[in-house]
Design a protein around this ligand. Structure first.
Ligand SMILES: Nc1nc2c(c(=O)[nH]1)N[C@H]1C(S)=C(S)[C@@H](COP(=O)(O)O)O[C@H]1N2
Ligand SMILES: [Mo]
Length: 309
């Protein structure tokens, strides 16, 4: 896993942009001084304001969040990403933005971060599958990035791809999924203020096993929609193929909204087991749209969510 990072620098009185630039200088210094691995470039500020969408549930510990992961490029076991993801090179990092946009191009992580107009925030979201975990992400709205590259009106969906690095990712040669890992959102979902690009968690740059240096988080959808280590973002007209749907269309649809009323063919989705709660942890009731119905239910007005699972 990525080394934990501490410094004496106080972030409290710096602006987001200068926090980012300071962080870059610090990282260069850390490298030169041989202070060890840092997960990747970061945009974290210790006292960043929590998003009003944050849950007030207690966050999981850093150790829980970084040792119970799904990242099939590194293996299918929950501990495989923590064991193997250190091999991933995350700096430099380039994201190709293409398709129906005014400013296509290969954007470095720095390009993406320096242009951010919004203040970075802490988003304390519950990630739900059959299990759940509360994570204080640091990130910014995907819409901010999409607006900067100028999504054209003919684009109806945003498609995402993860890096494919057989030399760094031991899971690639084993198959499991049809690489690259792919995900997609309808345009209104992509533009929703709850949809974020996360670049860190707690006060750390994004740990590699959690998808360094930047990943998607869509808190009203099941965890697998939140694609990690993104290298390509495309604005497209047709609904794009997505990895889990390609692997098993009966079990995984395109929408994948958290929905306690629609069971996965192999398990109930009415409840979730909180990770880290210990052996006697009670299952908790899963909320429709993970509790964000007021914010997102209108996106699906008139849609049959049993057919569009
Ligand atoms: N590239 C990539 N992204 C991925 C996955 C993956 O295997 N590869 N797994 C998904 C699944 S199934 C889940 S539940 C979440 C887990 O995120 P976390 O490990 O940070 O909790 O990442 C999602 N993003
Ligand atoms: Mo998952």
């Amino acid at each position: 896993m990525a080394g934990r990072y501490r410094s004496d620098l106080k972030w409290s009185d710096v602006t987001p942009k200068s926090a980012f630039l300071n962080r870059r200088q610090l990282m260069a210094g850390a490298g030169a001084l041989g202070l060890g691995a840092i997960g990747g470039p970061a945009f974290a500020k210790l006292n960043a304001a929590p998003s009003p969408y944050s849950t007030d549930a207690e966050p999981n510990t850093f150790d829980e969040i970084t040792h119970y992961n799904n990242y099939y490029e590194f293996g299918t076991g929950k501990e495989d990403p923590a064991r193997y993801a250190d091999a991933l090179t995350v700096d430099p990092w380039t994201v190709k933005v293409d398709g129906l946009v005014d400013k296509p191009g290969d954007y470095s992580f720095d390009d993406i971060m320096k242009g951010t107009s919004l203040e970075e925030r802490i988003y304390r979201f519950r990630c739900v599958e059959a299990w759940s975990m509360v994570v204080p992400w640091v990130g910014f709205e995907l819409a901010d990035l999409l607006n900067r590259v100028g999504v054209q009106s003919s684009a109806k969906y945003i498609a995402f791809e993860t890096a494919v690095r057989p030399d760094e990712m031991p899971g690639i040669s084993r198959g499991y999924l049809d690489w690259p890992y792919r995900e997609g959102l309808r345009m209104d979902e992509a533009m929703h203020p709850l949809t974020i690009i996360a670049t860190g968690l707690y006060d750390e740059p994004m740990p590699k096993q959690n998808g360094a240096p930047l990943r998607l988080i869509v808190p009203w959808k099941y965890g697998f929609k939140s694609i990690k280590s993104i290298v390509r973002i495309s604005a497209v007209e047709q609904q794009p193929p997505t990895s889990w749907n390609m692997a098993n269309a009966r079990e995984y649809g395109f929408y994948s909204n958290v929905n306690p009323e629609v069971d996965h063919p192999r398990w109930s989705q009415a409840t979730e087991r909180r990770v880290g709660g210990g052996f006697f942890a009670k299952r908790i009731e899963t909320q429709m749209f993970n509790g964000y119905g007021d914010e997102v239910a209108a996106l699906y007005d008139g849609m049959d969510l049993k057919a569009n699972y």
